[in-house]
Design a protein around this ligand. Sequence first.
Ligand SMILES: CC(C)(COP(=O)(O)OP(=O)(O)OC[C@H]1O[C@@H](n2cnc3c(N)ncnc32)[C@H](O)[C@@H]1OP(=O)(O)O)[C@@H](O)C(=O)NCCC(=O)NCCS
Length: 180
Amino acid sequence: MNLSTPFPKKIYTLGNGGDYLIRPIQINDRERIIGLFNNLSPESRYLRFAHAISKLPDDFLDDILHLDYVNEMALVAVIQTHNGSEEIIGISRYVTPPNQQICEFSLSVSDTHTEHGIGTHLMLDLIAHAKEHDLQEMVGYVLSGNPKMLHLVADLGFQISSADDDPDFKIVTLLLQDKS
Ligand SMILES: CC(C)(COP(=O)(O)OP(=O)(O)OC[C@H]1O[C@@H](n2cnc3c(N)ncnc32)[C@H](O)[C@@H]1OP(=O)(O)O)[C@@H](O)C(=O)NCCC(=O)NCCS
């Protein structure tokens, strides 16, 4: 990993008295990312990928594990299992097209760990990281039939608008830098 700004170690409390850590993804997280995907219900997979998907494509995994941590970033929420190993229970990610300053995010939280604020914290830390690296705007494409995600991003200050050419999606945008 080559982070120009060290990512602070962030520990948050879970509702059951345990806690979880948010950290940048690491190259050795491949199996843990597959484990997270396997813990997503078919509905959650559909909401995340906008189509039915039963296995993560290898090129998706390669992309997500090989980041520059500036224009591309992924944060994972991690718990310790009973045997002391790590389990990834959520991931937020952005990618920025070449020569642009508008990044596109995505977010997933394991079905067994939703409603504990993990998605919100993953997004807040991702937004902070994008701001620190001078990205100008964060955008996301959220299915219109995903009220929970639309609610979550609205609470974070994102503007929600309809996609002109596709009623199935909402475009959500957040300015990252103060323009004044
Ligand atoms: C949408 C998704 C990311 C939300 O993740 P999450 O971790 O449940 O999100 P949060 O817990 O931060 O927020 C969800 C709700 O939990 C509430 N919450 C926050 N902290 C809480 C806590 N400690 N205890 C109970 N509820 C809590 C929030 O207030 C929010 O409720 P609200 O909708 O009434 O405001 C998750 O359901 C998911 O992965 N869905 C499938 C994939 C998907 O839709 N991805 C988005 C496509 S980009």
